[in-house]
Design a protein around this ligand. Sequence first.
Ligand SMILES: [Zn+2]
Length: 68
Amino acid sequence: MTYVLWLFFFLIILFLSGVLFWTLRGEQREDEGKASDLEEWNCPSCGFTVQLGTECIYCGEKKPERGV
Ligand SMILES: [Zn+2]
């Protein structure tokens, strides 16, 4: 029975770490601002993965705004 309690405790710690990680990641992303232009993004129109830039090289679609 003690084993189950430790497993449960471990899962809670893991979950809290995940929440903390995502929170820090979100704040960091806001600080980056323009740097997000270097990220990959999927075109909503044709599904093409654009490696660079803010415009799809396949169909010309603009990169959708973040924070939706
Ligand atoms: Zn496209």
